[in-house]
Design a protein around this ligand. Structure first.
Ligand code: CTP
Length: 400
């Protein structure tokens, strides 16, 4: 099979050096990459670097190898164009169809999916001109990854950092895998809860569970790749933030409930992938619980936590909001799953059979997705992202 052809556009921002790492990820995973830097990008990273790392020629203008008509061919042949970093100037040019160098020509001739990973100072990102350009590009079907928040060039911090190259790579991989179906969650706000809650007993101990958060993170990442605005309510997983996702960190079930309810107010879909503790200790000891010689430990009294999934399903924040729950079952998966779906009142329930190699901590998963309409969608053993994409397919169908 031919290698997928990727055009990596690099525009002139300090984050250009991070595109080297993105390029390496593409080439090492069997992609044929043609790097098209702008002239300003070469102030940050030279053509020799791009050429050596990609194994392909590098040009910034349309005047090199004119007999090959590169200003048209490179875009026409691409399976994916990703611009990282995309400066404010590049977004403006792309939105307005300017074509004054090789990269902007390529953007006009490409008919494949296009991903922009912007990086700039917060003021430039927030400027109405940039925001309108981003909206224009998204409306036309491009995936524009939200910049990360953090340290910017110089002493400034704020929104505008290029997301981690590994995360941009994941977005691209998902967009490539789905072909030119387009960002079918564009304009949608989705909320995903992930990880496992921790219910404190004293300042050093908690009751927790084994959820790694990987399935929830895969859901957030795939939704972002499909164009959604994503709020990820994350309970303790210690995973890197997915690109283009707003991450809200929580600890306990009560905190998770608060964050989910807040984010769900204007959400089109809510997916409860978090393993929420059903119970919490009735009392929290302000000082560390000590052992006492000659005494048995005091029993831990538990109280019920609110059932967030049941609550948001019963009292939908918006008409037509699609709500998805998860369930881990050890036996009688179908009957238990159906009963749980009815009890929780959600639209879809992803039922995992808990066992070796499955579910907790693993990179892979296998599940049965039950619909309140009686549908059953089996998802064969595979990456957690494949399950995530099936969930979003089913959500998109229900959003209409
Ligand atoms: N969930 C929730 N709030 C809780 C507990 C669970 O929102 N307090 C959500 C989880 O995020 C998940 C689904 O409900 O989407 C699965 O819940 P589970 O704990 O399996 O269901 P239970 O009703 O507790 O069933 P069981 O009888 O198996 O404990």
């Amino acid at each position: 099979m031919d290698k997928p052809r990727v055009v990596l556009g690099v525009s002139g921002g300090i984050a250009a050096y991070k595109a080297c790492e993105l390029l390496r990820r593409f080439t090492e995973s069997g992609h044929d990459v043609r790097v098209v830097p702008t002239a300003s990008a070469l102030h940050f990273v030279g053509a020799a670097t791009w050429s050596a790392l990609s194994g392909n020629p590098v040009a910034t203008e349309v005047w090199a190898d004119v007999h090959e008509v590169p200003h048209v061919r490179i875009g026409q042949r691409a399976d994916l164009v990703v611009v990282a970093p995309a400066t404010a100037d590049m977004l403006a040019k792309a939105a307005h169809g300017l074509a004054d160098d090789l990269l902007t020509n390529t953007l006009l001739t490409a008919r494949c999916p296009v991903v922009f990973a912007p990086a700039m100072h917060t003021e430039m990102w927030e400027h109405p001109a940039t925001q309108e350009n981003v909206a224009t590009l998204r409306r036309r079907g491009a995936v524009v990854v939200e910049p990360a928040v953090g340290r910017l060039t110089g002493v400034d911090t704020g929104k505008g950092r290029l997301p981690d190259p590994a995360e941009i790579f994941e977005v691209c991989r998902r967009v490539l895998a789905r072909g030119v179906t387009g960002p079918d969650l564009d304009g949608r706000h989705v909320v995903v809860s992930a990880g496992g809650t921790r219910e404190p007993l004293d300042p050093v101990r908690f009751l927790g569970n084994r959820s790694s958060g990987k399935q929830g993170y895969a859901l957030a990442r795939t939704a972002a790749a499909r164009g959604a605005r994503v709020t990820l309510v994350s309970a303790n997983p210690g995973l890197p933030d997915p690109a283009g996702v707003d991450v809200v960190r929580v600890g306990t079930a009560v905190q998770l409930r608060e964050a989910v309810l807040k984010a769900a107010a204007d959400a089109d879909a809510v997916v409860m992938a978090a393993a929420v503790a059903d119970f919490r200790p009735a009392a929290y000891a302000a000082g560390k619980i000590k052992k006492k010689d000659g005494h048995e430990p005091d029993p831990i009294v538990l109280v019920r936590n609110p059932d967030i999934l049941a609550e948001i399903s019963a009292d939908r924040a918006r008409p037509g909001q699609v709500i998805v729950g998860f369930a881990a079952e050890t036996d009688d998966v179908l009957a238990n799953g159906r009963a749980k779906l009815a009890r929780k009142g959600c639209d879809l329930l992803v039922v995992n059979e808990v066992g070796e190699r499955k579910t907790f901590g693993s990179e892979e998963n296998e599940a049965l997705v039950l619909g309140a309409d009686g549908s059953e969608t089996p998802v064969p053993h595979g990456p957690k992202e494949a399950l995530a994409d099936t969930v979003w397919d089913l959500v998109v169908r229900r959003l209409g």
